[in-house]
Design a protein around this ligand. Structure first.
Ligand code: HEM
Length: 411
């Protein structure tokens, strides 16, 4: 229920890093909302912003709700905004990220089966990729951890999973960075040009890979999907192209930010880093605590498919809800001392990967990458530290994500 004691403006824009106060420290603002307006209506954006863990969790796991922006009412301008910007091809071939059943399950089920199976046995390849990136940093006294490590690792891992040849890796890296600009509403004309060049090139490459694997199978995810198709899975080539490409858009920046946020947090919390150094088996718990404490993704969305009541607030069919994963992860009703970064926290029902039917498909892979990347990085550079401990963190301004532009470290 609205409460005039709250100093937070009733605007979703103020809940993005475009607002410097939110960018520097979003948590006092989110705590204020949880106390005074746990269901905040932004009329201009046409959404409800929901920030208590109990509500977020319940809505995420309600399988009767919708995700496709086309089902949102006309007033839900923020949710529907992407629809106007879609190309004809994107309109014809949506991705599972914004799809509802039955199409969502038709595509997600075989893709999830194949990706989970590959991620489960991909540790040696991830270790090799991470070690190769660290080898290139050997002998340097300082470097930007973001551009020289955290950005590269997820791109190279997804390239290896898909089966992109080493000869095309440089191009693939360039396209991957280009398509991620699609998430950036503040992109420069150069970044827009990069994005517009990268999208068709990546799609064309995927079309060629699908045709090549159909002729000659390899040990990779594109082959898995072509074989699932041949075995009777109801998947068109267009479904495959769109949904293999979305793995890059959904997975690269997010995993980059998980690694960057983790390094930044561990370097600024020396007691927690000391615990990890003393007991490397804590790496899994450390990654979960980073996902809870500073998750890469702020929000996800759902659309009401029927009359709902959230904390007494009626939400009608076709109205759009933004679920604050960041707020839920700091809810004092669920997490003891939620603003303490503690890698030995006992249980952590965080929602950094969303939940329900749309639960992040890449979660096992992201966890694997982060665990390997952090363990190998801190082992390789035992004296890793911030190059300038007095410098404030260089947070990006990309709405709905939290990650660093640069992270200068010394070794
Ligand atoms: C730390 C890294 C990551 C974070 C924080 C993250 C977070 C998320 C979130 C919040 C969602 C929406 C879930 C919902 O609406 O309930 C999502 C969906 C998704 N993610 Fe991730 N993600 C990460 C890494 C990855 C990776 C590595 C991949 C692919 C290899 C990936 C692929 C996807 C896909 C395909 C979806 C859509 C699933 C669906 O709608 O059914 N993500 N992710």
């Amino acid at each position: 229920m609205p409460d005039d004691a709250s100093p937070t403006p009733q605007s979703v824009l103020a809940l993005t890093p475009l607002n410097p106060a939110f960018r520097d420290d979003p948590y006092p603002i989110l705590h204020d909302l949880q106390t005074h307006r746990p269901v905040m209506r932004d009329d201009a954006a046409g959404v409800f912003f929901i920030s208590r863990h109990e509500d977020v969790r319940r809505i995420l796991t309600d399988l009767t709700l919708w995700r496709s922006p086309e089902k949102a009412e006309a007033a839900a301008v923020l949710t529907r905004r992407g629809l106007d910007e879609q190309t004809d091809e994107e309109r014809r071939n949506p991705t599972i990220l914004l799809m509802d059943d039955p199409d969502h399950a038709r595509i997600r089920t075989p893709l999830a089966q194949a990706l989970y199976k590959r991620a489960a046995r991909f540790r040696p390849e991830v270790e090799q990729i991470v070690d190769g990136l660290l080898d290139k940093l050997q002998g340097r006294s300082t470097f930007d951890l973001m551009s020289e490590f955290a950005v590269m690792a997820p791109i190279d891992v997804i390239a290896a999973i898909l089966g992109v040849s080493r000869a095309r890796l440089a191009e693939f890296r360039d396209w991957s960075e280009g398509v991620v600009q699609g998430l950036n509403p503040m992109r420069t004309p150069e970044e827009t040009a990069h994005m517009e060049r990268a999208g068709p090139a990546l799609r064309q490459h995927m079309v060629e890979m699908i045709a090549a694997r159909r002729k000659k199978p390899e040990d990779d995810l594109v082959t898995d999907m072509v074989q699932a198709q041949a075995a009777g899975a109801d998947l068109s080539d267009e479904d495959l192209v769109a949904n293999l490409n979305i793995l890059l858009v959904a997975g690269n920046l997010t995993t980059t930010d998980l690694i960057g946020n983790a390094v930044q947090l561990l370097l600024t919390h020396p007691d927690e880093l000391a615990k990890l150094r003393a007991d490397p088996a804590l790496i899994g718990a450390a990654v979960e605590e980073v996902l809870r404490y500073d998750p890469p993704v702020d929000i996800t969305g759902r659309i009401a498919s029927r009359e709902l009541t959230v904390r007494g607030c009626p939400i009608h069919p076709h109205q759009s809800m933004l679920l604050s994963l960041r707020g839920a992860n700091r809810d004092p009703e669920v997490f003891e001392a939620p603003d303490r970064f503690d890698i030995t926290r006992k249980q952590s029902p965080h929602v950094a990967f969303g939940g329900g039917a749309h639960l992040c498909l890449g979660a096992p892979l992201a966890r694997l990458e982060a665990r390997v990347a952090l363990a190998r990085l801190f082992a390789r550079f035992p004296d890793l530290r911030l190059a300038d401990p007095a410098a404030p963190p260089a947070w990006r301004t990309l709405p709905f994500f939290r990650g660093l532009r640069t992270l200068e470290v010394a070794v």
